[in-house]
Ligand binder design. Structure first.
Ligand SMILES: Cc1cc2nc3c(=O)[nH]c(=O)nc-3n(C[C@H](O)[C@H](O)[C@H](O)COP(=O)(O)OP(=O)(O)OC[C@H]3O[C@@H](n4cnc5c(N)ncnc54)[C@H](O)[C@@H]3O)c2cc1C
Length: 489
């Protein structure tokens, strides 16, 4: 039986990027994905012949000094992407605010909507400091624990002190710019939640810097759905087993044995693109099970999501922004939060937008515990109620869409658990809140040599951007050849 250099379990963005980079380095890699499509939470699925993005819809981090662009050029892959001129439109109270990617237009928009606010100062701080933070991050990697911090301090004492100060300062400091505007406060809070899974009072200044700078970075649309971006990257990987679930990972005779729905496979090293909480059920090694049990105790506070998918008549939606963030005063029922994030496919995208319809994905954060042990009838009833509630909120804010939304259906924490296999349907990874990030944040290593983790439950966390940095971090730590090539990439 062939022994692969690496077996990668899970074809989410983490598993695909790790497999592609390792394949490019010449390693023999086999990738397993239980679904028929790649991407996981950033995948695109088909229902009744129509395509929907499951979760992630916005793509950032393609320009220097950020990671996705670096990875794509390293892999020599050019997926079909289009830059958005507006990263998102925010509807809060009676305001409609376009977050333009052009900085002058953005400043003007913010000044028009929020009088007496130090918008210029805020945007300059976001631009300059987040850029500094990215530069520091590249010098800092690979992060493999406290020794990395000490080593970095000895080489770059000023930058280390800067990072410590940004850690010590709360993300709330950003509210000092905004002069008491309640709606601005809510806007910043929810951008922080979307990008780092924590509100401003929960995250450090450094994390808030990265999160809030999201709308001022360039954002991109992936033609054919976000899966199409992931599938373009996956072309670099020679061996992919789709519709193949890995049931057990066992250590045997100095290598790993993987029991899957398509038989047994062997590998010298294994990379798990599953959550840290799932390891207990997947890995038949007691130290790893204990590691996972401990993770369940320590990182017990994480989010799930409620989603709504629908078809939208093209002619009704033609003047709408591709991404709209609706902020409400009241949270959604059954553990939902106050935001709805709407993403429409572009009319010219022939795969996502067909037969006169655009594809719509709506998402909001949700408390997963409220979806546990719910009986079947109650579950169906809740889904129906949630659907009506989400549609009602959309129609109130965007009356042009009345009568335009068809075939809507809802996803819950249970849906994410079922399809992505994520423990309790926890999506979005471990929140980057000060309680965890960065000092207690999980690293990509397990107690077993040769068994590693990628994905949004390891440093530095969630989103396509966070997960790609995590993959780079792991490969810098374990692959000498990658260290050599990456510095030239
Ligand atoms: C509603 C929602 C909206 C989001 N919006 C954005 C956004 O706009 N922009 C952004 O950057 N990020 C966004 N995110 C976050 C982003 O999608 C995730 O952080 C990222 O996709 C996680 O990738 P991952 O590789 O860690 O894991 P996953 O996406 O969970 O992928 C893991 C994969 O492993 C497979 N798998 C698991 N167990 C097994 C097994 N035993 N055998 C075989 N296969 C297995 C699963 O099927 C899955 O495909 C969003 C997330 C959600 C839920």
């Amino acid at each position: 039986m062939e022994i692969f250099d690496y077996a990668v379990v899970g074809g989410g963005v983490g598993g695909v990027l790790a497999s592609a980079l390792l394949s490019k380095l010449g390693r023999a890699v086999i990738l397993f994905e239980s679904l028929s499509y790649l991407g996981g939470c950033a995948g695109t699925f088909k229902k009744d012949g129509f395509n929907y993005n499951a979760g992630a819809t916005t793509i950032t981090g393609l320009e220097e000094p950020m990671p996705l662009g670096k990875i794509l050029s390293f892999l020599e892959v050019s997926p079909p992407l289009k830059e958005h001129s507006i990263s998102m439109q925010v509807l809060v109270k009676d305001k409609k605010i376009n977050l333009w990617s052009d900085s002058e237009r953005l400043l003007q928009e913010l000044d028009n909507n929020f009088k007496g606010v130090a918008n210029y100062k805020l945007l300059s701080e976001l631009k300059i400091s987040s850029n500094k933070l990215w530069q520091t991050l590249w010098k800092f990697l690979p992060f493999s624990g406290y020794t990395s911090i000490l080593r970095f301090f000895l080489r770059h004492p000023r930058e280390t002190i800067q990072q410590v100060l940004w850690y010590a300062k709360s993300g709330l400091a950003f509210k000092s710019y905004i002069n008491g505007h309640q709606d601005y406060r809510q806007l910043l809070d929810y951008i922080s939640l979307i990008t780092s899974q924590g509100f401003l009072n929960e995250v450090s200044y450094g994390v808030a810097l990265l999160g809030l700078s999201y709308p001022i970075n360039k954002t991109y649309y992936s033609f054919g759905g976000v899966s199409n971006l992931i599938e373009s990257i996956a072309k670099v990987i020679p061996t992919i087993y789709r519709k193949t679930t890995v049931f057990k990972v066992i250590k045997a005779d100095g290598h790993f044995l993987l029991e899957t729905s398509k038989g047994q496979f062997r590998a010298k090293r294994v990379i798990l693109n599953t959550t840290i909480w799932n390891l207990e059920d997947l890995v038949e090694i007691e130290s790893v099970k204990e590691f996972s049990r401990q993770a369940k105790r320590v990182y017990s506070k994480a989010w799930s999501a409620i989603t709504l998918y629908a078809k939208v008549r093209k002619e009704y939606a033609k003047d709408l922004s591709s991404h709209i963030l609706i902020l409400e005063e009241e949270p959604l029922s059954f553990g939902g939060t106050n935001e709805l994030f709407l993403s429409f496919s572009l009319p010219e995208d022939s795969i996502m937008s067909s037969e006169g319809y655009l594809s719509l994905t709506v998402s909001t954060h949700a408390r997963p515990e409220l979806w546990e042990n719910v009986k079947k009838e109650e579950y169906s009833m809740r889904k129906e109620l949630i659907k009506e509630e989400i549609l009602g909120r959309i129609y109130k804010k965007l009356p042009a869409l009345k009568g335009a939304i068809h075939d809507a259906f809802v996803g819950t924490p249970k849906t994410f658990e079922k399809y992505t296999k994520r423990y309790k349907g926890l999506v979005g990874g471990i929140p980057m809140v000060r309680k965890y990030f960065p000092f207690r944040y999980p690293l990509p290593f397990t107690p077993v040599d040769g068994l590693f983790l990628v994905g949004d439950t390891v440093f530095p966390g969630q989103g396509l951007l966070g997960v790609s940095v995590g993959v780079i971090n792991l490969l810098l730590a374990i692959e000498k050849d990658f260290r050599k090539c990456w510095s030239y990439a």
